[in-house]
Design a protein around this ligand. Structure first.
Ligand SMILES: [Zn+2]
Ligand SMILES: [Zn+2]
Length: 283
């Protein structure tokens, strides 16, 4: 029997558009056996997700850590770590705090540019979750400043180096790997060739991260084409990394695509057997 595992999804605990319970319901409806909830820099959605599980669906608790390498954003998926691990929890608090002050600073810059987007609007869009650039992008689209939220990620607005862009604290990816490992978890490098907003993580950097203790690399992702996947598969084999995959569903923002990408057969057990900080939760 083939195990259907989507190891990358977001709820409104970060920048997805639907609550964790809805993400679980959509995962079940999509016929998945395993769904990882991997909100950005937070585990806030896990309790609601676990409570909403139905028989046959397993929740892999995770998150997507914001890292930075050579000035570029790098996303690191982490699974089955102990969320109470003191050092990891402190880093998460630091990232979240920086995310909020940075979002406030970007809204202030937009105000200076004469753009009618307020902190209240952005907070409302975030719905109590961690405010991030996607929420500001949605506010800009709602205000008619840009045609779609994606258009806000440009030099004119909140794209890296843009007029209203403010950078924030992010972890070095090697340190993220070590921290998650110290908390009993495993890491998977997210979409190294796609969704990087212009930066494909070089092979040498992936090799370096593998040497630093990275467990897997995301191969199957909506923003990675077949050619990129083939190259990544070969690299994973070479470096001894577990090939992984997931939809990176953000609800409405990404067209409710949960389950459209999944981890290759055998990857899910290979990942979880290396983790000791927590266990998957079955419905
Ligand atoms: Zn990502
Ligand atoms: Zn993601």
């Amino acid at each position: 029997m083939v195990l259907h595992a989507d190891l990358h999804s977001h709820s409104n605990a970060s920048d997805g558009t639907t609550p964790p319970a809805d993400v679980m319901a959509r995962a079940a409806a999509a016929g998945l056996d395993v769904i990882a909830l991997t909100d950005h820099d937070t585990v806030a959605g896990h309790a609601e997700a676990a409570a909403a599980l139905t028989p046959g669906l397993t929740l892999l608790p995770g998150m997507e850590l914001s890292c930075r390498r050579d000035g570029h954003s790098v996303h690191m998926l982490a699974y089955l770590f102990d969320p109470a691990h003191a050092e990891l929890a402190a880093e998460l608090a630091r990232i979240t705090g920086s995310r909020v002050s940075r979002a406030r600073a970007m809204v202030a810059r937009l105000a200076e540019l004469g753009i009618p987007v307020t902190w209240e609007q952005v907070s409302e869009i975030a719905g109590g979750g961690v405010v991030g650039r996607p929420h500001i992008a949605r506010a800009l689209a709602a205000a008619g400043v840009v045609a779609t939220p994606a258009d806000a990620f440009s030099p004119d607005w909140i794209g890296a180096g843009g007029r209203a862009y403010v950078s924030r604290y992010a972890l070095d990816p090697s340190r993220a790997i070590a921290l998650v490992r110290a908390a009993g978890g495993v890491t998977v490098l997210a979409h190294p060739r796609g969704a990087g907003r212009g930066w494909a993580i070089p092979d040498e950097v992936i090799a370096e991260l593998a040497a630093a203790g990275l467990t897997g690399v995301e191969i199957n992702h909506p923003q990675q084409d077949e050619e990129q996947r083939q190259r990544l598969r070969a690299l994973a084999r070479e470096l001894g990394l577990v090939p992984s995959g997931g939809s990176d569903d953000h609800g409405e923002l990404t067209g409710f695509r949960i389950g459209v990408e999944q981890a290759p057969e055998g990857s899910y057990p290979a990942l979880i057997e290396q983790a000791t900080g927590a266990v998957p939760i079955s419905g």
